[in-house]
Design a protein around this ligand. Structure first.
Ligand SMILES: [Zn+2]
Length: 276
């Protein structure tokens, strides 16, 4: 499941490959996107910029259209050379943006729309996003304020709320709570100001560390296996995906609990995370 760092890296990669280039082909299985292509063709326009906002990916074209995509659980963007064999089946294709050098293919993307010019700033979802953990101008005080306002919410839930902090997903949620020694079931109102501040700064540190080049995706635990370059998340993370395994810090068995209506799994150490 892509989190903010994944989307940020995808945006950077797409930006490097596509920006300043002219679209030679645009295809999509989404009728609403093809209607725009039909009415005001993307073909012939320049891709000006690709950025991320939380977990949204924004591809801006000359002439004022921005393609907003959201990956949810399974979506991804790939980049291929023209004619290169795709790593995913054709029927998973949702969007193709091709230049003469590269072909960006969106697979299994569930949310995609064109937003015109100024409407982007007023966009219902984008305008409500909390401070972007990977944004250059991250407003920490505002993030803490928004977090504190969720008084009665379990902290594990509040951290996933994109209107509080943009970019965090289930894996980082677990890792940040562990790193800060906070019980995932604690209510926000039970946490002190320094605890909230530490959760926010840790979330930012983890996400930022994972967008620096050359690192295996999503690493918070930099222990003995760091240099193996293995992709198994259980070898790179403190608690996520490590149910029934011993805690890396104290040896206590890592617990898993289902939280909330969408039953997101929370991995945690009942000893290291005793504190409210
Ligand atoms: Zn522990």
């Amino acid at each position: 499941m892509p989190e903010g760092d994944t989307i940020y890296r995808a945006a950077q990669t797409l930006h490097r490959a596509l920006s300043g280039r002219v679209v030679v082909r645009f295809e999509s299985v989404f009728p609403a996107l093809m209607k725009v292509q039909y009415d005001a063709p993307l073909t012939g326009r320049t891709i000006e910029q690709v950025t991320s906002a939380g977990k949204h990916l924004l591809m801006r074209f000359s002439g004022g259209h921005t393609l907003r995509t959201h990956m949810r659980m399974n979506g991804s963007w790939h980049i291929y050379r023209p004619g290169e064999r795709w790593k995913r089946p054709h029927h998973d294709m949702r969007i193709i943006v091709a230049t003469s050098e590269f072909e960006a293919v969106g697979f299994n993307i569930p949310v995609a729309e064109f937003v015109k010019g100024d409407a982007l700033r007023r966009h219902r979802e984008l305008s409500r996003l909390g401070p972007d953990l990977l944004g250059e101008a991250f407003d920490e005080a505002e993030a803490i304020r928004r977090l504190r306002a969720r008084t009665d919410m379990a902290i594990a839930h509040a951290l996933l709320d994109q209107r509080v902090l943009a970019g965090i997903g289930n894996v980082y949620k677990c890792e940040v709570l562990f790193a800060c020694g906070v019980n995932p079931l604690s209510k926000v109102g039970e946490l002190s100001e320094p605890q909230l501040a530490r959760l926010v700064s840790t979330a930012r540190r983890f996400l930022r560390a994972n967008v620096s080049p050359g690192l295996a995706p999503m690493t918070t635990f930099s222990g003995f296996r760091r240099t193996t370059g293995r992709d198994d998340p259980r070898e790179r993370l403190w608690v996520y995906g490590r149910g029934r395994l011993p805690c890396r810090r104290c040896g206590t068995t890592i617990q898993v609990l289902k939280q909330g209506a969408d039953a997101r799994l929370t991995y945690w150490c009942p000893r290291c995370q005793r504190g409210a």
